[in-house]
Design a protein around this ligand. Structure first.
Ligand code: SF4
Length: 213
């Protein structure tokens, strides 16, 4: 550690350097088999960021690019946020911190495995502790909702996202908005819950414009 104060860029730089060298899931996995590939931790963060995207884990495309949301999920998420590529990838304003930083591999049906359980306990508090200017956390999908809102929230994603007004208006600092995952796998969920794009997304875009625009 550099000995600089909490929230200084140097503290974050130290954490990111350690995180990017992490091999826990390859060399010393705690839950299940080792990662079937070399770790490639993906994160976007600078200490000045005001918006935090708490996401899930890289898929195959993001694993290949090394950059978060370089896939169709990212296109939809950028639409929801009202951000172009330049705004979305401006790390001085937008931090993207997944629950699992490395691509976890595929299941037998070709779907992405869940985020590695080793990752959040190893890194999340240190990374978030080095981001002192975050004002809004976008909590995407049930793994991030379990961490940021508790297991009850994660048990029923639809109920949690539908409760967004209460969650957003709550006492928590930074404030939180729960979102579904922007994956194409959720097209059916989006069709069944049109209030999400009609009511939540406009509020989301206004907040993002205020923090990032
Ligand atoms: S998923 Fe997280 S804990 Fe596992 S190797 Fe990657 S950075 Fe380390």
């Amino acid at each position: 550690m550099s000995g600089e104060g909490i929230g200084s860029p140097e503290v974050l730089d130290d954490v990111l350097a350690e995180l990017r060298a992490c091999r826990i899931c390859r060399d010393a996995p705690l839950y299940g088999p080792p990662l079937p590939h070399e770790p490639r931790p993906v994160i976007q963060a600078q200490a000045s960021a005001r918006l935090l995207i708490a996401s899930q884990a890289p898929g195959t495309r993001v694993h290949a690019s090394g950059r978060p949301f370089t896939d169709r999920s990212g296109d939809r998420l950028r639409d929801w946020l009202g951000l172009d590529h330049a705004g979305f990838y401006d790390a001085s304003r937008v931090a993207i911190v997944p629950m699992g930083h490395c691509f976890p591999g595929l299941d037998a049906k070709g779907g992405d495995l869940p985020p590695r359980r080793e990752c959040a306990p190893a890194w999340r508090e240190r990374v978030l502790g080095a981001l002192p200017h975050i004002e809004l956390v976008l909590v995407i999908g049930r793994y991030a909702q379990a961490w940021h809102l508790g297991p009850k929230a994660a048990a029923d994603l639809t109920a949690t996202v539908a409760d967004w007004r209460n969650i957003f208006a709550g006492e928590r600092k930074p404030r939180i908005l729960p979102l579904p995952h922007p994956s194409w796998r959720n097209n059916g969920w989006l069709r069944k819950n049109p209030w999400f794009e009609a009511e939540l997304v406009p509020v989301l875009q206004a907040e993002v414009a205020r923090l990032v625009g």
